[in-house]
Design a protein around this ligand. Structure first.
Ligand code: XIL
Length: 347
């Protein structure tokens, strides 16, 4: 009898779902409603929410998530010097144009990443004399900024120029060939080539109030005092769930950059969890909390304009052997995703 009631109920429900008994098939599960996306939640609190992408992946499930969830796009590696100018004077914008074109056609903004980074400098520059290096340096920034002019919201002009001990500038080929003034020069060249783009200094290890953060702070303060055109600071936020800066420390750090009149971006966030002891669930929960805490700090800081994750699916992350992102390798949202959504919603 009970079984019969259940079956009857199911039949009634099925008929109702089909719109009164016609023969149309039951509708497939709809994608998450647009009201429940990172895009909607971030836009409601006036933040950009971003991801790094790779041009070759912009199709299928990957494309569906990028289009649905994000408002801000960074090229993970395809807008760096070694890709843009593989040999002297020969520029290749194919991959960068694909990413920028994708973003603009989806109503998303673009973070240009990055003109000057020791980690992606083409090897042909290493043998140049200081004078020839300067010519190549200027031509690179000018040509790339000019190519994308009008399509870039903000450029990471210089990336990771401060040494890990926070005591000095990093000893790079730029510093060796051009001296410390290469940083100011890069910003001035970029501003002249694309006056509409916001210009950022971007680094890691300066998320909380560390010695390196102090050095980054001094650097940008000195640039501002010298009249160098800099608009913002990107804090990369490659963190670990077991060893992360306290929220209060990140909040104070963001505030002091904001007090200089700068905009702040969380620019490359991911959260490693391999160090978390215990079950898979414990790892997922610790990761959720780490994302929640950082996103909350940005939401509460008026000058924090953007939150960008360094990818979104564990199927494509630069951190090998870990699962640091918001979606699993099958593109299902993880607790970390809900953590970001809740933090954006103030829940
Ligand atoms: C990494 C990319 O994720 C890799 O695919 C690439 O091979 C090397 O660079 N800090 C940065 C990013 O500013 O550009 C780096 O991205 C990660 C660390």
């Amino acid at each position: 009898m009970a079984r019969l009631t259940v079956l009857t109920l199911m039949a009634v429900t099925a008929i109702a779902a089909c719109g009164g008994g016609n023969s149309s098939p039951v509708a497939p599960t709809p994608p998450p409603s647009s009201a429940d996306t990172l895009k909607a939640a971030a836009t409601a609190v006036n933040k950009l929410v971003g991801t790094a992408v790779q041009s070759r992946l912009l199709n299928g499930q990957y494309d569906a998530v990028v289009a649905r969830e994000f408002t801000y796009i960074t090229a993970e590696y395809e807008m760096k010097w070694n890709v843009h100018e593989p040999s002297a004077g020969f520029f290749d914008f194919a991959a960068g144009d694909a990413i920028v074109g994708y973003a603009l056609s989806h109503g998303q903004r673009v973070k240009g990443h990055t003109f000057i980074w020791h980690g992606a400098t083409p090897s042909w520059v290493n043998g140049l004399s200081p004078a020839d290096f300067r010519v190549a340096f200027e031509r690179h920034i000018r040509t790339v900024a000019d190519h994308y002019r009008g399509r870039i919201h903000a450029w990471d002009v210089v990336n990771e120029a401060v040494a890990d001990d926070g005591l000095s500038l990093r000893d790079t080929v730029f510093r060796q060939k051009l001296g410390d003034s290469y940083i100011a020069d890069a910003f001035r060249i970029a501003r002249a080539a694309d006056p509409g783009a916001r210009l950022f200094y971007n680094d890691y290890g300066g998320e909380g109030l560390t010695q390196k953060a102090n050095r980054i702070y001094d650097l940008v303060r000195e640039l501002l005092a010298a009249g160098v055109p800099i608009d913002g600071v990107g804090l990369q936020m490659h963190i670990s769930a077991t060893n992360r800066p306290p929220s209060t420390s990140i909040a104070s750090n963001l505030r002091r950059f904001a007090d200089l009149g700068l905009t702040v971006h969380v620019s490359e966030m991911d959260v490693r969890v391999n160090g978390v002891a215990g079950s898979t669930q414990m790892r997922l929960d610790a990761q959720r909390l780490a994302y929640y805490d950082v996103v909350r700090v940005c939401v509460l800081e008026p000058r924090c304009e953007a939150l960008t994750f360094w990818g979104f699916t564990d199927a494509h992350t630069w951190i090998s052997g870990d699962t640091p992102l918001l979606f699993d390798a099958q593109y299902a949202p993880k607790p970390a995703y809900t953590g970001v959504l809740d933090a954006l919603r103030g829940r």
